[in-house]
Design a protein around this ligand. Structure first.
Ligand SMILES: Nc1ncnc2c1ncn2[C@@H]1O[C@H](COP(=O)(O)OP(=O)(O)O)[C@@H](O)[C@H]1O
Ligand SMILES: CC(=O)N[C@@H](CCC(=O)OP(=O)(O)O)C(=O)O
Length: 261
């Protein structure tokens, strides 16, 4: 595999060890081209809390009014994006941070229920040439999930959704979703087990039964959407496991692999 999109969730970002970033650097040096799309939900909640703004979610998506949008952009495109770039650079990688508004990287349109949740976007287009240009210069793109429309309006986009769209439009083989659990888990005989592989049918069944809930839902939905295109596999892994990325890219047998059937 030469190119992959990695989505890194806010649940795990702060705890990612130097070894994780060194692993990324080694992959980059060996000719693999990672593209990072990151989240930062917990950091947004924290800053909103400090400002006395309440966090509210509908089906896992943040209700985003003008004041919230201001904070979302500040935290994602500012603090978190730059923190990831700094950590990559400290560990010897070449990285360039971008928000989805820069160079119209992520073209957005309002979600269908925008009257209910405000400035939340779906991805209408991705400037793949810009990402490819950054990669061709030898930099690892680090993308914050803020989108922009033709009128210049910004939108808050769920990071799993943004990552899935970037993976699709780049036509990469694989998307790796790094989170705070070792994969999709299911309780079998009273014991929680990580499922090595799940199909679309398994996912629908587990959402229906409530075994997949909360923050796992946008991940599996984004996974299924991009697997309808050129992306061959989506792997959900735990950022705390040693050499998690190179194992997922080179060896397999880690986390949960989502496949069409
Ligand atoms: N079947 C499942 N297996 C594992 N985790 C699940 C499952 N269903 C829901 N989850 C929840 O999804 C969470 C990961 O989503 P989230 O907290 O949004 O992470 P991130 O910040 O990485 O996007 C897990 O911590 C867990 O609480
Ligand atoms: C619309 C929407 O909900 N956007 C998310 C964007 C960040 C995100 O998705 O971060 P995680 O990956 O850490 O969850 C939010 O405002 O929290």
């Amino acid at each position: 595999m030469n190119r992959f999109v990695m989505k890194c969730g806010g649940s795990t970002l702060a705890a990612l060890p130097d070894a994780f970033f060194q692993d990324l650097r080694e992959l980059q040096e060996s000719g693999v081209q990672p593209v990072i799309v990151h989240g930062g939900g917990p950091a947004i909640n924290e800053t909103l809390g400090k400002l006395g703004i309440e966090s509210r979610f509908v089906n896992g998506l943040r209700v985003t009014d003008e004041a919230t949008l201001e904070v979302v952009e500040m935290v994602l495109a500012g603090r978190i994006n730059k923190e990831i770039v700094r950590k990559l650079q400290q560990n010897g990688a070449k990285a360039l941070g971008l928000s989805g508004t820069d160079g119209r990287l992520i073209e957005a349109q309002p979600v269908a229920n925008a009257d209910e949740i405000g400035f939340v976007g779906d991805v209408a287009g991705v400037n793949a040439e810009l990402i490819e240009g950054v990669v061709a210069l030898g930099y690892l793109p680090v993308i914050a999930p803020i989108g922009i429309d033709a009128q210049g309006q910004r939108y808050n986009i769920n990071a799993d959704t943004a990552a899935g769209a970037v993976a699709s439009r780049l036509g990469v083989d694989s998307m790796i979703v790094v989170t705070d659990v070792p994969g999709i888990m299911r309780t079998v005989d009273g014991e929680k087990k990580v499922l090595p592989q799940v199909t679309f049918a398994d996912i629908e069944e587990m959402i229906g039964s409530g075994e997949i809930y909360g923050g796992m839902i946008p991940k599996v939905r984004a996974a299924m959407k991009c697997l309808h295109g050129d992306v061959r596999e989506v792997v959900i892994v735990d950022g705390a496991e040693p050499r998690v990325l190179s194992r997922a890219v080179r060896e397999g047998g880690i986390g949960t692999r989502i496949v069409r059937e």
